[in-house]
Design a protein around this ligand. Structure first.
Ligand SMILES: [Zn+2]
Length: 238
């Protein structure tokens, strides 16, 4: 499995170079992680005081986290579990939270690989990073330490959510023990033993594209739209 180092949602900090750009999926200092005692229940884990919204529609238990984006300080290196989940499900841009760029060639993703990387050529390349819109992709490769040294822009035509990443537990009496940070695929027996922190997307067919060319095409499209619909741009196309 590639690109699954983000066990607790930690990522290389984004904000050092552009403190004004706070990614949609970043945590804020006001978003505390409420305590939650994990217990064994049936053939899996549960919170001892579990509420109705602690699991997703597949019954996966998610790590608790507060929700107050914009309050406090941005914590650039930490991914907010629920915004990452929302961005992956709705294919939102991980930086601005708007729609990611989707077209006939596929949805735009950036990966921290180089073109020769064999991981990328194996079937079932997975990522916990949501897609992007073109302007945010251009910003990201300039300021994100994870991507500044190497990145590939991909147009991904087929993809599917195939599992979650999080803390894997094993039974040990009443209180299960977290022993590893790993992925658990949907349908696997592991799924009921994972405390999820991120959704995992698997790529099928994709093409490596040139981000500068994507950016030029995006600017053309935006300018044409302004001409046709007479919209004065609220800001110059980035
Ligand atoms: Zn964006």
């Amino acid at each position: 499995m590639a690109d699954l180092s983000a066990a607790e949602g930690d990522r290389p900090p984004f904000g050092a170079a552009r403190p004004d750009v706070v990614p949609y999926i970043s945590c804020w200092s006001s978003e505390h992680r409420p305590p939650g005692l994990v217990v064994t229940r049936g053939a899996g884990i549960a919170y001892d005081d579990e509420g109705p919204y602690e699991r997703d529609d597949l019954g996966v238990l998610w790590k608790r986290i507060g929700y107050s984006p914009g309050k406090g300080r941005p914590e650039f290196g930490k991914v907010h579990f629920l915004r990452q989940r929302r961005a992956m499900r709705k294919l939102l841009c991980q930086i601005c939270g708007g729609p990611s760029d989707r077209g006939p060639e596929g949805t735009l993703w950036l990966v921290g690989e180089d073109a020769e990387d064999p991981e990328l050529r194996k079937p079932g390349y997975v990522t916990t990073h949501p897609p992007l819109c073109v302007p945010c992709a251009v910003t990201s490769v300039g300021v994100c330490p994870h991507l500044r040294t190497r990145y590939l822009a991909l147009r991904v035509r087929t993809f599917a959510l195939t599992g979650v990443h999080g803390a894997l537990y094993r039974p040990d009496g009443l209180f299960p023990v977290a022993y590893s940070a790993e992925g658990a695929s949907f349908g696997s027996r592991r799924l009921s033993w994972v405390l999820a922190t991120q959704l995992v997307m698997e790529f099928g067919e994709f093409t490596v594209v040139d981000l500068d060319a994507e950016h030029a095409a995006h600017r053309k499209r935006t300018e044409a739209r302004h001409r046709i619909f007479g919209e004065g741009p609220t800001r110059a196309p980035r």
